[in-house]
Each structure stands twice: as C-alpha cells, then as structure tokens.
Design a protein around this ligand. Structure first.
Ligand SMILES: NC(=O)c1ccc[n+]([C@@H]2O[C@H](COP(=O)([O-])OP(=O)(O)OC[C@H]3O[C@@H](n4cnc5c(N)ncnc54)[C@H](OP(=O)(O)O)[C@@H]3O)[C@@H](O)[C@H]2O)c1
Length: 218
C-alpha cells in the first residue's frame, strides 16, 4: 500500500486510486524514475523490446529503425545500441540532431530509402511507422525473419514479422527501468498534459511528428 508502481496498463483510475486486476503486470517504480517517465514504459518500452526480440537483434547488427524518433522509437534506438548494434533511424531532416543524440545515424524516410542505406550493411530492421522500412529492408536482401513491424496490422508484406508489446519477454520492463536508473537510457518526454487537456494530447500524437513520449497526468 502506498508504493509507487508502474505497468498495469489496464488499471482503472478512480479518484486518487487505481484499481488493478491481479493479472495486470505491476512493477515497483525505482527511486530516480519519476511517475511521468514510468508511465511511458509499459506500452512503448514493451513494444520496442518486442520488436528487437522479434528480429533476434544481437551485437554487431546494423539495424534500420523506421520512425525512430517517436514514442516507441526512442526506446528501440537506445535498446538496440545497448545491445551492441549500430542503429540507422529514419526521420525528417529537422529531427536528425535529436536522433544523433539518442545514438542513431539518421536517414530521411520516403521514396529511395533502400538506396540511401544500401551501402550501410543493414542486417535487421524494425518498422515503427508502417511498411516502408520493412519493404526497404526486403529490397536490400535482409531475410524476412530479421524484419519486424509493429504498425502494419497482422499480415505485413513479404513474410515480415508482425509484433507488439504483448510479445515482450518477461523482464523487459525491469531491464529498461534499470537502464534508466543507471543513466544508460533516457526518456525524452515531448509534452505533458493534464487529463483535462486530453484532446490537445491526442491531436499532438495524431499528427505523428512527436519526438519522444506524450504523457497525460491524472
Ligand atoms: N507511442 C506509444 O506509446 C505506442 C505504443 C505501442 C504502439 N504504438 C504504435 O507504434 C507506432 C509508432 O508510434 P509512435 O508513437 O512511436 O510514433 P508515431 O506517432 O507513429 O510516429 C512519430 C514519428 O514518426 C516519424 N514519421 C512521420 N512520418 C513518417 C513517415 N512517413 N515515415 C517514417 N517515419 C515518419 C516522425 O518523425 P519526423 O517528426 O521527423 O517526421 C516521428 O518522430 C504506431 O503505429 C503506434 O500506434 C505506439
């Protein structure tokens, strides 16, 4: 009672309390992680971890991350770097400095993507925006089993893997929280809205040019 916890994405907020079902995964929030940052972990962190696991990411890989600066991308880029991979992330040009700070080599999304990364030795890809990155990786000869998307529905093209946060391995969130506490991973929070301004939060997110996570507070 009274502990700070995160997770439990299905919890229902009632006044000052949150009711959680026994089946909801809840984790203690370590000192040094704010509730705002902790709130970003369960869905976005899990989705990023699941996508990297789906492609069997390992040290020495060069992974192409589509939509790398978004709420899921910030986790995917940093987790891939921590795993010892080289990361190439797609974004628009104004976002390149943000991606470089996270540890990714930026490249522009849009037509010709495969040609822009052809000489960079891509060995795996995760598409967080749709199918463009997945298709570019197929075009480069990356095996479909080493390409995943979280944003193209259950049947992505070319045998590419569809995945999502529910596929994250047990322990993924604890590992992310530990990395934050140790200063190995940061969570850029793009904006914080009180729940009364939920419409503004949704409009910002729906425009699909967010860099980091949007947080809504109760
Ligand atoms: N956010 C979450 O917590 C969360 C959790 C689970 C699943 N998802 C799902 O995961 C997917 C990614 O969500 P997200 O919140 O990370 O990001 P998002 O809002 O879908 O995308 C934001 C990022 O995509 C880039 N972008 C814009 N147009 C693009 C294009 N045509 N091609 C490639 N990238 C483009 C933007 O970069 P520029 O600003 O440089 O254009 C921006 O950084 C969505 O399908 C979402 O439903 C999200």
């Amino acid at each position: 009672m009274g502990d700070r916890v995160h997770g439990g994405a299905l919890g229902r907020a009632v006044a000052d309390f949150v009711i959680v079902k026994a089946s909801d995964a809840l984790f203690p929030t370590p000192d040094g992680i704010s509730d705002e940052v902790a709130s970003t972990l369960p869905v976005a962190g899990s989705s990023a971890a699941a996508a990297l696991a789906a492609v069997g990411l390992r040290a020495g890989d060069t992974v192409l991350v589509g939509g790398a600066a978004g709420g899921v991308g910030i986790f995917a880029v940093q987790l891939a770097r921590l795993a010892g991979a080289t990361v190439i992330g797609t974004a628009s040009e104004g976002t390149f400095p943000f991606l470089r700070k996270l540890g990714a080599e930026p490249v522009a999304y849009g037509p010709g993507l495969a040609d822009r990364v052809r000489d960079l030795g891509v060995t795996a890809a995760v598409d967080l925006f749709g199918t463009e990155t997945a298709e570019a990786a197929l075009d480069l000869g990356v095996p479909p089993g080493r390409i995943a998307t979280i944003a193209a529905g259950p049947n992505p093209p070319g045998g590419v893997r569809a995945t999502g946060g529910a596929d994250a391995e047990p322990g993924a969130l604890t590992r992310i929280a530990d990395a934050i506490v140790d200063g190995r991973l940061t969570v850029p929070v793009a904006a914080v809205f009180p729940v009364e301004r939920i419409r503004d939060a949704v409009a910002l997110q729906a425009a699909r040019h967010v860099h980091g996570k949007v947080v809504v507070t109760l």
